[in-house]
Design a protein around this ligand. Structure first.
Ligand code: AP5
Ligand code: MG
Length: 210
């Protein structure tokens, strides 16, 4: 089984949704800097960096590499990880390589999707403020109206899911992250991110298990 995995793709392509499902089923350590940052902002802890992170996340910009990497290092197990949203530029890819110290990545799964679909999905996304579970009012509804299936807490719209911020995130992705598709081409597997959630989960699990 592959245990050193990166999910690469634009905002709203379904990385988080698939990472939550696949990591639970296959016992992989899911690491999402976006989720870590949302927790830091919500708890205002550590306070020294919370304000700074909030500025970048809410503007749709990348948080500076040093801050991201400090956060990742604390939770990264060199032999078992599913990285969702890291690396996002060449420098982060190099920092990861240095940290792995000779351990090679097994696979990079690239979530391929159009801008139109991204905007549709992110405008209808909801998430649980307590556990981070992801829903969608069009495609992945909770069992009870606007309540998390696990926590029964009221679902929220992410601060960065405003249309202007979504567009900014897409622009930043194209400018800073998309070049990683070429960087990882030898170990990259492209999946059609517009397939149904269930069919994609099965496809990704079979890639990881092969
Ligand atoms: P992050 O939280 O990683 O946001 P993102 O990359 O913009 O990606 P999203 O979480 O918006 O989308 P996703 O691909 O996870 O899609 P999801 O599964 O939710 O990062 C947030 C911010 O943190 C960044 O903007 C940046 O500021 C900072 N940051 C994070 N990492 C950083 C880094 N490495 N360096 C610097 N800064 C960093 O799905 C979207 C919706 O679609 C959901 O509603 C879902 O239910 C639905 N959906 C999913 N799959 C399907 C499907 N197959 N069919 C139909 N609907 C689907
Ligand atoms: Mg996500």
């Amino acid at each position: 089984m592959k245990t050193k995995i990166i999910f690469l793709g634009p905002p709203g392509s379904g990385k988080g949704t698939q990472a939550q499902m696949v990591s639970k089923d296959l016992g992989l350590n899911h690491i999402s800097p976006g989720e870590i940052f949302r927790r830091i902002i919500k708890e205002n802890n550590p306070a020294e960096i919370a304000e700074k992170i909030k500025f970048y996340v809410q503007s749709g910009l990348l948080v500076p590499d040093e801050i991201v990497f400090e956060a990742i290092k604390l939770v990264l197990d060199k032999k078992n990880f599913l990285l969702d949203g890291f690396p996002r530029n060449l420098n982060q890819a190099k920092l990861l390589e240095e940290f792995l110290d000779g351990e090679l990545l097994d696979v990079v799964i690239y979530f391929n999707i159009s801008d139109e679909e991204i905007i549709k999905r992110l405008s209808s996304r909801r998430s649980c403020p307590k556990c981070g579970r992801i829903y969608n009012i069009l495609t992945l509804r909770p069992k009870k109206e606007n309540l998390c299936d696990d926590c029964e807490v009221e679902l929220i719209i992410r601060e960065d899911d405003k249309i202007e911020t979504i567009k900014k995130r897409i622009e930043v992705y194209k400018k800073e992250t998309a070049s990683l598709i070429d960087y990882y081409k030898k170990i990259l597997i492209d999946v059609d991110a517009t397939e149904s959630i269930e069919s994609l989960t099965n496809k990704i699990k079979s890639i990881i298990l092969s």
